[in-house]
Design a protein around this ligand. Structure first.
Ligand SMILES: *[C@@H]1O[C@H](CO)[C@@H](O)[C@H](O)[C@H]1NC(C)=O
Ligand SMILES: *[C@@H]1O[C@H](CO)[C@@H](O)[C@H](O)[C@H]1NC(C)=O
Ligand SMILES: *[C@@H]1O[C@H](CO)[C@@H](O)[C@H](O)[C@H]1NC(C)=O
Ligand SMILES: *[C@@H]1O[C@H](CO)[C@@H](O)[C@H](O)[C@H]1NC(C)=O
Ligand SMILES: *[C@@H]1O[C@H](CO)[C@@H](O)[C@H](O)[C@H]1NC(C)=O
Ligand SMILES: *[C@@H]1O[C@H](CO)[C@@H](O)[C@H](O)[C@H]1NC(C)=O
Ligand SMILES: *[C@@H]1O[C@H](CO)[C@@H](O)[C@H](O)[C@H]1NC(C)=O
Length: 271
């Protein structure tokens, strides 16, 4: 199968959360919610879902996700590559914040796959304004999953609700944010005006707290379907353009970039 390149930004916004005063130190956690190390039916669209817990501090980390899916037995067989550029995301509107991608090229295809994902974040030091020193941290993880006809369809609720599957902390990163520094020249930090200062300590991950409920799963699925329908030709029922009124699709000029902000859902998180 020829490689497909898909630069994808899919931001998902859930019910608004009230602005809370920031206290430090604070833990921010990034989890891979889906897929897990498990076996799924090879659906037309397989979601790739990351959660950011304590999202109101996410912007200060300037997170970027990238993932590549290859065959487990032949790493040159690349299925999908995606970049989730969250430069313009408004993280503070929901907690957890879900960053979304998908795999559209395993429809009906059985096999074993590696999802290699990387997370890039900032780590600042010095003092606020012009002298702030912006460091970067890149972390990579591989997750193996299998597709097999007749097995469970991809299910975000089941994958994240079951303690035995959600609790694998290998797919989580934690950040101990001890404060933030102002970035005077925001162009140096993707337009962000505040940059996290990180302790070397790594708090214990709590990935089960990023569980996806039924309503969130339905919205994530709708957002992925809507975006995939705009860019690929997946073998799924696509929404008519009028029925996607709850969402707003923003296309950016970059050839590979799609930005979808899903707004106006009125339910809340329990975190
Ligand atoms: C994935 O799960 C299988 C069986 O559940 C296990 O044997 C294997 O070691 C796991 N692989 C990874 C990379 O965790
Ligand atoms: C973010 O927004 C700016 C200004 O609207 C735009 O120029 C840029 O392309 C956007 N970036 C992404 C990755 O969507
Ligand atoms: C799996 O199902 C698809 C159709 O959904 C079919 O094309 C494919 O041949 C099946 N694979 C195997 C190994 O049976
Ligand atoms: C799952 O974990 C939660 C908290 O992490 C706990 O309250 C619950 O009892 C666990 N359930 C099972 C079945 O282990
Ligand atoms: C962040 O940077 C500081 C020094 O600038 C370093 O001491 C600390 O270990 C870094 N934190 C992480 C999580 O990399
Ligand atoms: C976070 O870092 C601060 C300062 O280094 C430390 O006092 C605190 O125990 C750390 N918290 C966690 C959860 O690691
Ligand atoms: C498309 O979906 C329909 C209904 O699920 C199925 O019957 C058909 O085999 C699928 N086609 C392909 C090419 O996967």
């Amino acid at each position: 199968m020829s490689p497909t390149f898909l630069g994808l930004f899919l931001a998902f916004i859930l019910g608004a959360v009230g602005a809370e005063a920031l206290t430090f130190p604070a833990t921010v956690e990034v989890d891979l919610v889906f897929p897990r190390n498990d076996t799924y039916a090879p659906a037309a669209l397989i979601p790739v879902v990351f959660a950011i817990q304590n999202a109101q501090l996410a912007a200060s980390l300037d997170p970027k996700f990238q993932f590549t899916v290859t065959s487990a037995s032949d790493s040159s067989n690349e299925i999908t590559t995606a970049i989730l550029d969250l430069t313009n995301a408004t993280f503070s509107r929901s907690d957890p914040y879900y960053a979304l991608g998908y795999i559209h090229s395993l429809n009906g295809i059985e096999g074993q796959w590696v999802l290699a994902w990387s997370l890039s974040t900032g780590n600042c030091s010095g003092s606020s304004d012009d002298t702030v020193n912006i460091g970067h941290l890149n972390q990579n993880t591989n997750v193996f999953f299998t597709t097999k006809n007749g097995t469970q369809p991809p299910d975000l609720v089941a994958a994240s609700a079951d303690n035995s599957t959600c609790a694998a902390t290998d797919d989580s990163y934690t950040f101990n944010v001890t404060g933030t520094l102002d970035v005077a020249d925001t162009i140096k930090y993707d337009g962000r005006s505040s940059c996290a200062v990180l302790s070397p300590t790594l708090p214990t991950a709590n990935p089960c707290a990023a569980a996806v409920n039924v309503a969130a799963a339905a919205s994530i699925s709708a957002a992925i379907t809507s975006t995939a329908c705009a860019w690929q030709n997946p073998n799924v029922t696509c929404p008519s353009s009028s029925s996607s009124a709850a969402g707003r699709v923003m296309m950016f000029p970059g050839i590979w970039s799609v930005c979808l902000l899903w707004i106006g859902l009125n339910f809340h998180f329990w975190l």
